[in-house]
Design a protein around this ligand. Structure first.
Ligand SMILES: [Zn+2]
Length: 109
């Protein structure tokens, strides 16, 4: 059984699908990972970065921000937390709707 991630706001995240992905910062080639709690004081708990290669988005890197990582390490134990955070990031990257990124890039021309 994998441990459950907890946001510093108190929200437990059982599944990667609960996180919200924000496709706003297209010019920065970045997708924000948001806490599912609308009243969360952190809101942004991580990011996924990508680059455009031959007009197509290509995954570059993904990470959770230090406050989220530190909090989970203190709650779940460092090793458990790091492992689960990695697993969730992978899951989130697999969930990205790359068409949402590609479409606006194409429509500019
Ligand atoms: Zn939160």
């Amino acid at each position: 059984m994998s441990p459950t991630l907890i946001c510093p706001c108190g929200r437990r995240i059982e599944n990667a699908s609960e996180f919200k992905l924000l496709y706003l910062k297209k010019e920065l080639n970045e997708i924000d990972i948001l806490c599912p709690n609308d009243n969360c004081y952190l809101r942004e708990v991580g990011y996924i970065k990508f680059e455009i290669v031959d007009g197509k988005p290509k995954f570059k890197e993904a990470s959770f921000y230090p406050p989220f990582v530190t909090w989970n390490a203190s709650q779940l134990g460092r090793e458990n937390a790091i492992e689960e955070l990695k697993r969730v990031l992978k899951d989130l990257v697999n969930r990205i709707d790359w068409n949402m990124i590609k479409a606006p890039v194409e429509s500019k021309t």
